[in-house]
Write a protein that binds this ligand. Sequence first.
Ligand SMILES: C[S@@+](CC[C@H](N)C(=O)[O-])C[C@H]1O[C@@H](n2cnc3c(N)ncnc32)[C@H](O)[C@@H]1O
Length: 315
Amino acid sequence: MKRRSMCLLVAWTAWLWAASPAIAVPDGAASGTAELVCELRALAAQHPDPKLRSRDHLAAGLCMASFLPKEYAEARRIIDARPEEHAAFFYVNARTHHIDALVERAAAHGVKQVVVLGAGFDSRAYRFRDSQPKLRFFEVDLPATIDLKKKRVTRMLGALPGYVRYAPIDFNTQSLEKVLRRAGYDPARKTFFILEGVTMYVNDAGNRATLRFIRKHSPPGSMLVYDYVLRRVIDGDYAGLYAARWQAEGVAGMGEPFVTGWTPEQAAEFAQENGLAVLDDLGPEELTRRYLTGSDGRPDGRTTDWQRIIDAKVP
Ligand SMILES: C[S@@+](CC[C@H](N)C(=O)[O-])C[C@H]1O[C@@H](n2cnc3c(N)ncnc32)[C@H](O)[C@@H]1O
């Protein structure tokens, strides 16, 4: 997208946000940040280096965003010309690789249920169908995003598949227990929970309730992956943090401001207080080493240094 149209988009979405008091996503609207990250995955799925290529070949069919050109080489020229503005491309690609690997690991450890919390346009339920046919998925999100997702899945597959249950919720105000039970969630089954790109948009009580639900309503050995932003970004202290101002102001302009963040110490305490065991807390160096280093041994690009990914389990 050209700079002028990006400014217009931000101004328009800022107006929408100002017109709505909701702190999550503007009332009744589908999530714009979900569109945005889906679009980044659609681009990464065309990466010429197979080591760096995202496996999300369904993203292009699930999202309608056009912040960047749809064709990889053209989009990549823009990304490389202004890398700080587009650092999310690298972070989202690393995050997708990491969580995809965890889905496979969970399935290998006997998990049969995957709950995607704040699912947006996540395509894992559909793209893991062939390789992991025993996995049953639950997709949980705000009602407007769920409705739009169902329309797009229907268009893509011809009908909604029986192996996915859709469960609308507002994490800030509603009970995950009620919503998931109604959708057929089985608390006795070892489960893998994905909370990708979500904790930062949800308030403290909503995040606490989610972690406690997992602790109380899934058996030991169940797993959770979630990412978080550093507390300083919530406080508007962007000094020395790569691309933090750009992204924090960008999502706020879309009506979806970051509202929750932790220091790594606070994140570990928060997980432990709510009964989960942290296995790993991955920062930019490790994400770059594992997922952003190309076949030529060089980093594909610079990811952000204020977003981290936690792998946790129910002890
Ligand atoms: C950045 S998107 C990430 C979507 C998806 N997990 C992904 O990585 O593609 C954030 C998602 O969180 C959802 N979300 C934000 N606040 C929420 C809330 N209070 N309750 C339920 N979902 C929420 C949004 O609707 C959106 O789908």
